[in-house]
Design a protein around this ligand. Sequence first.
Ligand SMILES: [Zn+2]
Ligand SMILES: [Zn+2]
Length: 180
Amino acid sequence: MKVRTEHIKEAVREYSFNEPAESFPVLAEMVAAGECRFTGSVQVALTAGRELDHYRVEGTVTVPVQLDCSRCLCSFDRTVHSEFTIFFREDSAANHEEEDEVELGEHDLISTCFSGDEIDLLPEIAEQVALEIPLKPLCSENCKGLCPVCGIDLNSGSCSCIIEQKQSKFAALKDFKVRP
Ligand SMILES: [Zn+2]
Ligand SMILES: [Zn+2]
């Protein structure tokens, strides 16, 4: 997933890539850690061109993913979709700033460095996908989760367990009195 700078020095060009998720070390690590499973390849469509002292790469990345709900533990499918704008600056001795991220409108603007005559997009694209994978996935905003007592999936059934935690919290509040 590389773009040669000589191809985009004079004109803005369009690129599209289709890579298996395993090609991205960051994503392969997430799969190994059990955070998610990619069910298709990573599709990237972008434009790249020169702008003042940097190269501007703008586009979208899409990949189907399977996640486990953090409440009810069921597996569900999602499509990760992210829009990005990345500025690549040529890495030189005089230009050794830290990477910075500036919030701009709907999506983040990322500025990063590259050296040589080609820009490797792979690490930045992987980062975009990783950012979109929730730490605590939910199959639905209203997922009721599992009963902590009997373990039944409360989305598809109900039980008559009494959840002790809530009761004791209220009991504690009742006993608490403000002295005059
Ligand atoms: Zn759920
Ligand atoms: Zn129960």
